[in-house]
Design a protein around this ligand. Structure first.
Ligand code: SIN
Length: 339
């Protein structure tokens, strides 16, 4: 073999040895590398559609990206509550949150559509609107603020509760109601002469128990899991509005994920949301029944005429927010009421 060929062969062998050593080193680093911690924070109990969805998401990510990521779920406002979860998301102190659609008002006025009283006839209509082109567009409403909407999750229709029976709008007059931080919901209670008080979810039970407030509005699932029915004598089955969620992350975190991992995160989240939605539709009725069986709270059923009085009193709220929300969006939402 010529000297130059021998030198070349030797050089190739050295490179090959170096490459093998480097890959062994990288592999051993990977073996010992700590998985990246992902935090998912929310304000409700684990036995709720959102609580179960978050746990499913954890399970799927840890199964599909083993050793690479761990997902720690913090329920019950343990890590962040209503007042700071979105700010924490933007600071990357938490990577996933799923606030109710009423709690994004500081970041977009467009989602106020979901708070308009008596807009959606039922959860099927809500679902049709969310899956429509208009509904999907709203997932991007906060992109410029650094928030990425990844999907909608159902909880259910809201009911009023109080320490007196609420049959007609006049029964709410002068009563204090805890509300989520939403100007539309505030206007809804103003419209019946009630006093809306914006408070975080974590404080509602104590506010009701101590009678600092007279009532609230929520879904069957939240009313049951947070035991509001134990401190409210009456629940009016009003189905006057929807309480659903948007699962969001920050633009910084989402764009920072390698494309192949991002795809796994998205498909896992879609599956987790599908499970959450299934639980939401089953739990609504189950939790309502459990509340009725407890005999702690009495059900107020509205006659069609009584319900129409609530509609007449509260529907004028739509006009106040039409400019911010957009007439086209309201039309699209109403269109979802017909199959
Ligand atoms: C939630 O379901 O996330 C909380 C709703 C509320 O604040 O009433």
């Amino acid at each position: 073999m010529k000297k130059s060929t021998r030198t070349l062969t030797h050089t190739f062998k050295s490179i090959a040895k170096f490459a093998t050593a480097a890959s062994i080193l990288t592999a051993s680093f990977n073996v010992f590398a700590e998985p990246v911690e992902i935090k998912f924070s929310h304000v409700v109990a684990e036995n709720t559609p959102k609580g179960q969805m978050a746990l499913k998401f954890k399970e799927l990510i840890e199964q599909r990206l083993p050793g690479e990521y761990i997902v720690n779920v913090f329920p019950n406002s343990q890590l962040f509550g209503d007042n700071n979860e979105l700010a924490a998301l933007l600071l990357n102190d938490v990577q996933f949150v799923a606030p109710s659609l009423s709690k994004f008002e500081r970041y977009t006025k467009k989602l106020q559509i979901f708070d308009l009283p008596f807009l959606f006839e039922d959860m099927d209509a809500v679902d049709r609107f969310q899956q429509s082109e208009s509904g999907q567009k709203l997932l991007n409403a906060m992109n410029r603020k650094g928030i990425v909407g990844l999907g909608y999750l159902h909880n259910g229709m809201k009911q009023f509760s109080a320490n007196d029976p609420l049959n007609l709008p006049k029964d709410a007059n002068g009563k204090k109601f805890r509300i989520m931080a939403s100007d539309v919901i505030a206007a809804q209670f103003d419209a019946v002469g009630a006093i809306p008080v914006k408070k975080p979810f974590s404080e509602v039970f104590t506010l009701l128990q101590t009678r600092a407030i007279d009532g609230q509005e929520n879904t069957w699932s939240n009313t049951y899991s947070m035991k509001f029915y134990e401190v409210q004598s009456h629940i009016t089955e009003s189905n006057h509005g929807v309480l659903d969620y948007m699962v969001v992350t920050s633009n910084t975190f989402w764009k920072g994920l390698p494309a192949d991992k991002r795809a796994v995160f998205k498909s896992s989240l879609d599956e987790a949301i599908a499970l959450g939605n299934k639980i939401a539709s089953e739990k609504g009725n189950e939790d309502k029944q459990a509340i009725l069986d407890s005999n702690r709270s009495q059900l107020v059923t509205l006659t069609p005429e009584a319900r129409q009085q609530w509609v007449n009193a509260m529907k004028p709220v739509w006009a106040k927010f039409e400019d911010q929300i957009g007439r086209d969006m309201i039309d699209a939402a109403q269109a979802a009421n017909t199959k």
